[in-house]
Ligand binder design. Structure first.
Ligand code: GP9
Ligand code: MN
Length: 634
């Protein structure tokens, strides 16, 4: 072999291929990455390549063979360390490393120890590429050619690398639209971008938010606090404490919009149980309630609920600011002696929930590992809602009381697929398969909610609880407007589209007996104070933007995350001010201006708190800014 002449840069090529293949083999053996089709498999195979080409390509800038080899070795060791670090971490946490976990060890116990316990000598196989590269350096005898072509080679090489990168990104975008802006899940990022690109992306996201955080000093809070205080709504005397001491069960109704309630599809009732609930003597139902989520979808709705602040305009705050200080509803409930938890039959890293729940001070997360998914009990995104609710109630039976538990349903999720036996009504007949199937999965969700109520009664948990349910965001996007127009029998104008952002909100208090339909216009940002007041907990010192929906002083002004808004008179959408009653543009278009300004201001205040991590400067107990020496050192 020593005598044979290899083409120039053979060692470089061998290094790229060796690390590429090692990475792919590690993907397949050390992680359980779910692959649904051949394209996903191909993306997974391809995705280490672009970064490796760039990284190893740096060797082309060195003149001497020795320096080139040394550089290649450094890259080989670095990539192996990253890869192996993730392998060891994954064994313990079933998750990929993200920068904050490395710096928030107090949150997650002793990561170092756990990772060390997950290391075995046989792991040497993860360094196979280094061994191959060393052998190549020893035995491959490269042809020497004139140096003058080096620059041209280099150019061609990096053009090729960039092409691979864009090809990869293009495939990822096709497979997972908005992957980067929505950044759903670490597994999805690794699957589509590759382990190495994922880490670069993670560094970028984390350093961006760290930089904004470092520049903040808390002085911004004075203005925000003044704004929040001047817009506060006194709790309603009648409802304050109406559910004091009870267990709190909050149910997130996946993708449920208000338009399906008390409505029919081709003569069939879509939500029989929830329709009854809207008229129930123990239920206060809000038909004029809007979601306010952005790209973070379900997680944004959780954020609104827990913090009473708006999510971010770009990306999911669960991902971008999971290390922040918050004053969540869970934290407040916990301080009053409640056991707090969330139940959701999905991987814990989805929406970065595992990290974010720590910051929200939620005691426990019952993720997919806490559920047994039996034969035929999974569809679409995972566990079906009926068995999920059943097992969730089972968990509740074992919880310390009083508890605050949140259940996140999942079956009524795009693309709205169901097993035959779970279809209780027919499909709709429009040109949108999505809308056609939506009615069926909504019908299933309705059935699941019914079984949840039954299960709670059976387990003796019903009487002593309050059950709050809300739709998290739309299920049918504007892409299906033609089909929606057919169903609703009217044109979907920007006004109608804004009205379609209504999601149901139920407050169900067993034994209340004075239930009614509450027409108050409100949004998800109002949930925190509404619920806390029902539980008999004050919020006057809290920094939050919503107001108690039962309060006389509650303002009917709902700001959507994209700047649209609804008041008791107007709906503002697509830069047009509509009359809320008629749906026609109002004559005096400037009528919306003062609200538009305030909407922007409020969103900006909320955003400044998140970006500057301002609540770390706030004393929750007395509602004061922390003095300089109380402030944590940066
Ligand atoms: C995933 C579930 C759905 O865990 O919450 O997320 P979504 O796509 O609706 O935001
Ligand atoms: Mn959702």
């Amino acid at each position: 072999m020593k005598n044979k002449e290899w083409p120039k840069h053979s060692v470089l090529a061998i290094a790229v291929i060796a690390t590429w293949l090692t990475t792919y083999v590690v993907y397949k053996t050390a992680f359980s990455i779910t692959i649904d089709n051949a394209l996903q498999e191909f993306i997974l195979f391809l995705n280490p390549l672009s970064l490796l080409l760039f990284a190893y390509g740096g060797a082309l800038f060195f003149k001497s063979k020795k320096a080139q080899n040394r550089y290649i070795l450094v890259i080989a060791v670095l990539t192996s360390v990253i890869l192996y670090g993730n392998v060891a971490f994954y064994r313990f946490f079933t998750d990929f490393i993200t920068l904050p976990v490395l710096f928030q060890t107090d949150n997650f116990g002793d990561i170092g120890n756990s990772a060390a316990a997950s290391i075995f000598w046989t792991d040497i196989v993860y360094f196979a590429d280094i061994i191959i590269i060393l052998l190549a350096m020893r035995f491959v005898n490269e042809k020497q050619t004139a140096a003058k072509s080096a620059a041209t080679h280099r150019k061609a090489y990096f053009v090729l690398s960039a092409a691979v990168l864009f090809f990869n990104l293009g495939l990822a975008e096709a497979e997972r639209p908005q992957l980067l802006t929505r950044s759903f899940d670490r597994e999805m990022l690794v699957k589509n971008l590759g382990m190495y690109n994922y880490h670069l992306y993670d560094v970028y996201i984390q350093s961006k938010s760290q930089a904004q955080r470092a520049l903040a000093d808390g002085s911004e809070l004075t203005e925000v606090t003044n704004y929040v205080r001047s817009n506060q709504a006194e709790p309603s005397e009648e409802m304050f404490g109406a559910a004091e001491g009870r267990n709190l069960i909050v149910v997130t109704l996946e993708s449920l919009q208000t338009f399906v309630l008390n409505n029919e599809m081709n003569g069939e009732t879509i939500t029989p149980f929830m329709n009854e609930l809207t008229q129930d003597e123990d239920t206060i139902y809000f038909p004029n309630f809007y979601h306010q989520t952005g790209l973070g979808k379900t997680s944004d709705s959780e954020f609104l609920l827990e913090t009473g602040m708006y999510p971010l305009s770009g990306g999911a705050v669960f991902f971008t600011h999971s290390g922040n200080t918050f004053n969540s509803m869970a934290e407040k409930m916990g301080n009053e002696g409640y056991a707090t938890n969330v139940q959701h039959a999905n991987t814990k890293s989805f929406w970065n929930r595992d990290m974010m729940y720590e910051s929200l001070e939620i005691d426990k997360f019952y993720d997919i590992q806490s559920f047994t998914v039996g034969e035929g009990e999974a569809v679409n995104w995972g566990m079906k809602d009926i068995p999920f609710f059943e097992q969730s109630v089972g968990h509740m039976s074992g919880m310390q009381q009083p508890f605050y538990t949140r259940l996140l349903s999942l079956t009524n999720h795009h693309p709205f697929t169901l097993d035959e036996e779970d279809k209780m009504i027919d499909e709709y007949d429009s040109n949108s398969g999505t809308l056609n199937r939506y009615f069926q999965t909504v019908r299933y969700l309705d059935e699941a909610v019914k079984t949840l109520f039954e299960d709670l009664k059976e387990q003796g948990l019903y009487e002593n609880s309050i059950i709050v349910m809300y739709g998290d965001h739309y299920g049918i996007s504007d892409n299906h407007n033609e089909a929606m127009a057919q169903y609703l029998d009217k044109e979907i104008t920007p006004y109608e589209s804004a009205q379609l952002q209504k999601v149901p909100f139920f407050v169900h208090i067993p034994g209340y007996e004075e239930g009614y339909v509450n027409e108050e216009i409100g949004g998800q940002v109002d949930m925190r104070s509404t619920i806390l007041h029902l539980m008999g907990m004050e919020t006057e010192k809290d920094i939050q933007f919503g107001g108690d929906l039962f309060s006389e002083e509650h303002e009917e002004f709902v700001i959507f995350r994209d700047g649209r808004f609804v008041t008791d008179e107007y709906v503002y959408a697509a830069n047009v001010c509509y009359d809320i009653e008629t749906g026609e543009p109002v004559e005096d278009q400037s009528a919306c201006d003062p609200y538009a300004e305030r909407a922007l201001e409020e969103l900006q205040y909320s955003e400044s708190i998140i970006n500057g991590d301002l609540l770390r400067f706030y004393e929750e107990e007395n509602g004061q800014l922390k003095t300089l020496d109380e402030q944590e050192q940066p």
